[in-house]
Design a protein around this ligand. Structure first.
Ligand code: FES
Ligand SMILES: [Fe+2]
Length: 348
């Protein structure tokens, strides 16, 4: 299975990067006005977004999925490497998910325009010239943790997510998707990890933590913390947040579990992908690995059930913050300053 970041750029894409600037959101110039919901057509932060479960993208079949403000067609090249392109044919708008895979190309079944994995039109019927602008947007794509990821942007500013301590190809992963929230921005459930008051009051976790120990990078943030958990006793968590929509946790207690949680906007809804991982180990039985994955899934499901209770219907605003909300305020500023893009805008 391919894991390299791939996408060839078409000349048209290179000429017109359709980069969205922060000035596109004049009403949100102050981080305190950050919009915690989802508007149809809003411009999202750059970053890696899960677009499908790997298991949904079967060789030889095209999968259509709603994604951000549009729709994508996902398929695999002969090498197995996934391709994620905008779904609507530039000729007359047929949904390419109903097309066919021919070699590494996608063929629209309406009038047989063909498109390469880079989105460039590779052929039209008859002796016609390929019309300029006949192209799809091909997202930078990778595959890991049992998920197909597409980068919202022309060229990735940062690499795809990795968990702490374990390379992704050293892990067995089991991924699931839930459609959980309406009108909730991805950074809100992912930013839970910086909402220390909620860790105490929603999840009943005990801790003593110096906020200065959070390391804020340009596109990632990390910290380690010891929790007293009502479920699991004393645990250490090694947390990494990548972009505005991905959190990974290595939880060290009586055993070590690894999880990836990521949120993808689909129109005005939020899809949550949850991945349980276990280190690959040839000496272990499938049953013991399965038990570890189930433990991680149970841990995440319990946290999520708590979060859903408080986050469903939320009309988020950065209101009257307390001292313990400092990391949350920092997270909001970080998210607010994050680069945004809508590279597929003119391909919808
Ligand atoms: S709509 Fe796709 S080839 Fe005509
Ligand atoms: Fe939470």
């Amino acid at each position: 299975m391919a894991t390299a970041i791939s996408r060839e750029r078409t000349a048209a894409q290179a000429e017109n990067p359709a980069k969205a600037e922060r000035s596109d959101r004049p009403d949100e110039s102050d981080w305190r006005n950050i919009f915690g919901g989802l508007r149809q057509g809003q411009i999202h932060p750059e970053g890696w977004y899960a677009v499908a479960l790997s298991s949904e993208v079967e060789p030889g079949r095209i999968t259509g999925r709603p994604f951000l403000n549009g729709r994508v067609a996902i398929y695999r090249k002969r090498s197995g490497e996934p391709v994620v392109v905008t779904a609507f044919c530039p000729h007359m708008g047929s949904d390419l998910a109903s097309g066919a895979i021919v070699g590494d190309e996608l063929r629209c079944n309406y009038h047989h325009f063909r498109f390469g994995p880079d989105g460039r039109c590779a052929g039209v019927p008859g002796n016609n010239r390929i019309p300029p602008g006949a192209a799809l947007f091909s997202y930078p794509t990778t595959e890991r943790f049992g998920l197909v990821w597409a980068y919202n942007g022309e060229t990735p500013l940062f690499p795809p997510p990795e968990v702490r301590d374990f390379p992704h190809d050293g892990l067995v992963s089991r991924a699931r998707r839930a459609h959980v929230y309406e009108n909730v921005a991805p950074w809100l459930p992912i930013g839970n990890t910086f909402d220390f008051l909620h860790l105490r009051h929603v999840h009943a976790l005990g801790f003593d933590f110096d906020f200065d120990r959070i390391r804020w990078g340009a596109h990632e943030a990390e910290y380690e913390i010891d929790f007293d958990s009502p479920d699991m006793g004393r645990i250490e968590q090694r947390i990494r947040v990548t972009g505005t929509n991905i959190s990974t946790h290595v939880t060290v207690g009586s055993s070590t579990t690894v999880g990836v949680t990521t949120a993808t906007p689909v129109g005005t809804s939020l899809e949550l992908y949850m991945v349980a991982c276990a280190p690959k180990d040839a000496t272990r039985t499938p049953e013991s690995i399965d038990a570890e994955l189930r433990e991680q899934e149970r841990f995440v499901d319990n946290l999520l059930a708590d979060d859903i209770r408080v986050m469903t219907g939320i009309a988020f605003r950065a209101g009257t913050f307390l001292q313990e909300d400092q990391p949350m305020a920092r997270w909001l500023r970080w998210v607010h300053a994050f680069p945004v893009a809508d590279p597929a805008a003119r391909y919808r």
